[in-house]
Structures are given as structure tokens and as C-alpha cells.
Design a protein around this ligand. Structure first.
Ligand code: HEM
Length: 580
């Protein structure tokens, strides 16, 4: 029972009461409204009291699951999540408290029950075996829908299967490999920007997270929209990139509103400037994308040959299509044609899903390189020995594939610093998971970090940054569980595995090759001017060896892993092997 059910019940009760005293009331409308409101408030209050104080402790089938006991009145564990230093800290503490429990229950605001999936089998059941018995929770659809529209990310069941099949074409390995020259060109632009800044001030540290965010936005603009967004240009880029910045990187008040909006839908009515700015930016982005769709449609189909419309083949030649053209040209006719809203949803998905995640992957790759200079030397050596000299400026997909140590390095970056924080699902009907009945509407939460930091899966050196564990030649030396496909959950798994996985892995390799061949990276200085930690601290947690993996870099409470005050790196021109 929820607020809607209470409202329906109150309407029925009001109707019954009034049918009994028809003709005996002086101001029937006023009385009708007052009766309804009183009934609704009383019933809804009883329901809330039941949900907060009775259901989770005495009635819920989940009450027997292991649960943290230090709840705060009404808020449950929510304040802990809001106040935590990093977005994974709280769930990691549950994993350590209940290492052998496949499911862990925790309470959020108003008695909402969430269940953390804490085993490889559980992840497989949720993401693969029972994938289509689950949906994205209503709060996730609402919050992510504001950023990323409906599209593939928020579609369910048969609609998801159909759209996924259609999008698999343009996102196939063959097509994505054709995009490597775009990645290389943008990586070169980024390196040129860094070079300019070094020329201006050789010893200054550069905030690299924002620069990488501009790079990935430009890449996705070219590959999805076929448009140069110009985010990397020092002038600040296009209107589109400014608006995207307002949506994805709001001020602190905007971040707080986003956090509250998960539990209470306040976005549509809260009259604060930070909220209005966010809403306006999402409206403007949608307008710009709609214009883009209409312009491209008329550019492709606009020509007339007598009575017949002709197609402008400049856009449609195989191999030269961006995603927008693909959707308009190949998917706007026939049985399964896509409407403007469908196309808008997919574009918004790609812009949001393919932007902050890849940025996070590369930002934390640079943190790891800054903390472990020996890895820079090793990677530079691999690039110099495996990529022919004449291709170093524009490596092909095959050149990038030949970098096996780079691949192991990236896998370790994506294990230790997994960019995606939340993979939530909910059963629309009561459903059994890991032998427990999960009531309809409960949020089942997979946090990739919970698998990535589990010593039962990765061994006692789980807290150490070590690319060696991913090398094929070491596969017999690492724990067998770490080779399970669900041990590394960076891109999720099953039928809804990230559609852009191949894209992101090539994009990140292209940018890292460019940066490593042109620069050496050193510790920077944070905004206060003090030296950042250097990652040399080692400590212990029981038998588990733990390295200071974040080295003082504070994290944002955001849907993707992001440094709160940016990542400061000092770049020097590389003189050694592989340098240009
Ligand atoms: C390092 C970079 C990336 C990471 C860590 C990442 C992570 C993820 C994760 C965890 C999911 C699954 C969410 C779920 O199951 O609920 C996902 C889905 C998705 N990702 Fe990515 N992603 C990355 C890059 C990209 C890129 C570059 C694109 C597009 C060019 C992209 C497009 C998508 C789409 C469309 C989906 C929805 C798939 C579906 O529901 O069928 N991602 N991503």
C-alpha cells in the first residue's frame, strides 16, 4: 500500500459517507474536500507509522537477513550514506561486517528496505538468470531519466530486447573499431591543450578530470551526433557542453537536491535556483538535441527528385555514419520505426552513459600512474616496442589490442576505481533470490566495488593496485573466483551489460597512449597548495593488505566515481622511450 492507494481509499470512503447524507449539507464541495483530506492524512499517517516502526522489524520477510543495527530514527542508514567520505564506504563496511552473507538488508529513509547483493552467484542471478524478471526501480528511472532520458537504459522487457538488438548493429565491435581515428584526434587535441598549459606555466599542476570530461564529451558528440561540440577548446566550447556541465557537475546545493530527490521526488516543484538551473539545463539540452534530429532528418531526406524524395548519400554511406544518422536512416522506416522521442532517448543515453564513466576511468588511471611512476615506464616501454613508430601518432585498433600490459593496467584501474557505483534492480512481483523471497518493489543493489574489494574473491592483496593479477600468464596464480565473469562488475553483466564497453576500452587506451608518449606525470598540488599523499602508505585490515589507493583525493557523492576537487597532475614532456 502506498500514497496512491491511500488516496483511492479516501475517495471511496468520502463517496460512501456523502451518499448517506445527500441533501443534508450546506457547502457540499468544501465538506467533500475536507472529509477527503482528513481521511487521507489519518490513513497515510497510519501507513507511514506501520512502514517505519512495524513492517521492517516484525513483518517483512527480509527481517531475518543480516542487517546493520546502527539505524538513525526515521532515516535508517541514509545519513551514513550522505555523510560518507566516499560513495562506496558504507556498502564496503557491510561487506566486511557480513563477508559470507549473499544478501544484506539495510534500511533507508521512511523504512525503505534495500538489499545489497554480496556474492558472485547473487550478481549472476540478478543480472543474468533472472534479468528480465527484474526492472530498474522507480526512483532510479526518475533520477537517471532526468539525466539520460528513457532510451535503452530505462526500457524494460521486450522493449529492451528489441531496442538492444537494433543498437547492437552500430555498436558492434567492427563498427566501434572504425571510430579509433576519432578517439586519436581528440586525444591529440587534449595533449595539445596540456602542452599549451605547460608552455604557459611549466611547474603548475593541471586539473585533469575536467579536461578529460571535455575530451569524452567531444568524442561522444562526434560519434553519436556527428557534431563538433568544441568542449576541449579553451574558449569553453559550445552551448551544449556548457549545459551538460550544469547537469553533470552541479554546485553543492544542486548535489544535495539530487541526493534528496532519490527518496522524495522534489525536482519538479522545488523553487530553489540550483534546482531551476538544473531543470532548465535538461530542457535546453533536449531542445538542442531535437533540433539536431530534425536538421539531420531534413538533410538526409530533404532532396526532391520530381515527386520522389532523395537521400543525401554523404550521410548514409556505410562506414561514415554516426549514431544519429544510423537511427534516422535505418530505423525511421518500416515496421519497427523509431519516433523522434525514441531517438532523443537513445542520444541522451549515449551522451550521459558514455561521458562521466569513461572520464572516471581515465582520471583514476592517471591517479594510478601518478602514484606508481614505475607503471608509466613499463607502459611507455610496451607502447614503444609494440606500436610501429610511424603509427604512434595514430594507432589502429589492432595496435591498441597488442598492448596486453596496458589492458591489464586498465582492468586493474576499473577494478579498484570502478566508475559506475550503482546497478539497482527491483522485482515487480515477489521473487526468490539466493533462496530468499524479495518482496515486490524492494531495491536490490549491486555495487561493483563490493565484488571488487572482496578478499574472498581476489585474495588477501585485494587492497593493492596490481595489474599483474589480470595477465594471462598469471591466471594460475590468482584465486579461481577472481576469474569468474562476475568478479569484475565494472560494466555490469548479462543481457544488460554496458553497450559501450568496447567503445570505452578503445577510447581509454587511445587517450592513455597519447598522454604516456607525450608526458611524464607527477604528483600535483591540491587547491590548498599542500602536497597530496603519495600512496606509499600500507596498512592492514586483519589478513588483508591495504594500500592508500586514493592518496588523499576526496570523492564526490555522485552516480559515477569522481574526485570532489578534481585531480591535479603535473605534466612534463616525456624524454624517454616512446616520447614524441
Ligand atoms: C568506463 C566506461 C563505462 C562504464 C564503467 C560503464 C558502465 C556501465 C554499466 C555498469 C552499465 C549497466 C547498468 C545496469 O545494468 O543497470 C552500463 C550500461 C550502458 N552503457 Fe555503459 N559504461 C561505460 C561507458 C559507456 C559508453 C562509452 C557508452 C556509449 C558510447 C555506454 C553506453 C551504455 C548503454 C547504452 C547502457 C545501457 C545498456 C542496457 O541497458 O542494455 N557506456 N554501462
Amino acid at each position: 500500500m502506498n500514497a496512491k492507494h491511500c488516496a483511492t481509499l479516501s475517495i471511496l470512503e468520502t463517496a460512501v459517507l456523502f451518499s448517506q447524507k445527500q441533501g443534508r449539507t450546506e457547502n457540499p464541495i468544501k465538506q467533500l474536500v475536507t472529509t477527503f483530506l482528513i481521511l487521507f492524512v489519518v490513513q497515510y499517517s497510519v501507513l507511514l507509522l506501520h512502514n517505519i516502526f512495524i513492517y521492517p522489524f516484525y513483518r517483512s520477510p527480509l527481517r531475518h537477513l543480516p542487517s546493520p543495527k546502527d539505524d538513525t530514527f526515521f532515516f535508517g542508514q541514509t545519513l551514513k550514506f550522505i555523510n560518507a567520505e566516499g560513495p562506496n564506504d558504507v556498502v564496503l563496511s557491510y561487506m566486511r561486517q557480513f563477508p559470507d552473507a549473499p544478501l544484506i538488508r539495510y534500511l533507508h529513509m521512511g523504512g525503505a528496505e534495500w538489499v545489497l547483493v554480496n556474492s558472485l552467484e547473487g550478481c549472476k542471478e540478478v543480472l543474468q538468470t533472472k534479468c528480465y524478471a527484474l526492472e530498474k526501480p522507480e526512483w532510479f528511472r526518475r533520477v537517471v531519466g532526468e539525466l539520460a532520458g528513457i532510451g535503452l537504459v530505462n526500457s524494460e522487457g521486450d522493449a529492451h530486447k528489441r531496442q538492444r538488438k537494433l543498437l547492437n548493429g552500430p555498436m558492434s565491435t567492427t563498427n566501434v573499431r572504425k571510430l579509433v581515428p576519432v578517439f586519436n584526434a581528440k586525444a591529440r587535441e587534449l595533449a595539445d591543450q596540456i602542452e599549451l598549459q605547460i608552455n604557459r606555466s611549466p611547474d603548475a599542476a593541471i586539473e585533469i578530470d575536467q579536461n578529460l570530461a571535455h575530451t569524452t564529451l567531444d568524442i561522444i558528440g562526434t560519434t553519436a551526433l556527428g557534431v563538433e561540440l568544441g568542449a576541449l577548446q579553451s574558449s569553453g566550447g559550445s552551448k551544449f557542453s556548457t549545459l551538460y556541465g550544469q547537469i553533470l557537475d552541479p554546485p553543492p546545493m544542486g548535489q544535495l537536491i539530487s541526493a534528496i530527490n532519490i527518496f522524495v521526488p522534489i525536482r519538479s516543484w522545488l523553487p530553489l535556483k540550483a534546482n531551476r538551473d538544473f531543470v532548465n539545463a535538461t530542457v535546453e539540452v533536449r531542445k538542442l538535441l531535437r533540433n539536431q534530429i530534425r536538421e539531420r532528418r531534413s538533410a538526409i531526406f530533404g532532396g526532391q527528385d520530381g515527386d520522389k524524395k532523395t537521400v543525401d548519400t554523404r550521410y548514409t554511406e556505410a562506414g561514415s555514419r554516426d549514431l544519429l544518422t544510423f537511427m534516422i536512416y535505418e530505423r525511421s522506416e518500416g515496421e519497427n520505426k523509431w519516433s523522434e522521442d525514441d531517438i532523443l532517448g537513445h542520444l541522451l543515453n549515449f551522451m550521459a552513459a558514455g561521458h562521466e564513466t569513461s572520464t572516471g576511468g581515465m582520471t583514476f588511471a592517471l591517479l594510478a600512474l601518478r602514484l606508481h611512476p614505475s607503471l608509466q615506464t613499463r607502459l611507455r616501454h610496451e607502447i614503444a616496442t609494440k606500436i610501429p613508430h610511424e603509427r604512434i601518432h595514430n594507432p589502429s585498433a589492432a595496435n591498441l589490442d597488442s598492448l596486453t600490459y596496458m589492458m591489464a593496467f586498465l582492468k586493474e584501474v576499473l577494478r579498484v576505481y570502478s566508475p559506475a557505483i550503482y546497478i539497482p534492480r527491483t522485482p515487480p512481483q515477489d521473487t526468490v533470490f539466493c533462496g530468499t523471497v524479495i518482496p515486490a518493489g524492494t531495491t536490490l543493489m549491486i555495487n561493483p566495488a563490493v565484488m571488487h574489494y572482496n578478499p574472498n574473491i581476489w585474495g588477501p592483496d585485494v587492497g593493492v593496485f596490481d595489474p599483474e593479477r589480470h595477465l594471462e600468464e598469471n591466471s594460475e596464480k590468482v584465486p579461481a573466483q577472481s576469474r569468474d565473469p562476475y568478479a569484475q562488475m565494472t560494466f555490469s553483466g548479462g543481457p544488460r551489460v554496458c553497450l559501450g564497453k568496447g567503445f570505452a576500452m578503445l577510447e581509454m587506451r587511445s587517450v592513455l597512449v597519447r598522454l604516456l608518449t607525450r608526458f611524464e606525470m607527477e604528483r600535483g598540488w591540491d587547491e590548498q597548495g599542500s602536497r597530496l599523499g603519495d600512496g606509499e602508505k600500507f596498512g592492514g585490515r586483519g589478513d588483508v593488505v591495504v594500500e592508500d589507493l586514493f592518496a588523499g583525493v576526496k570523492l564526490k557523492n555522485f552516480v559515477a566515481l569522481k574526485p570532489r576537487e578534481g585531480l591535479w597532475v603535473r605534466f612534463r614532456r616525456a624524454e624517454s622511450e616512446g616520447g614524441e
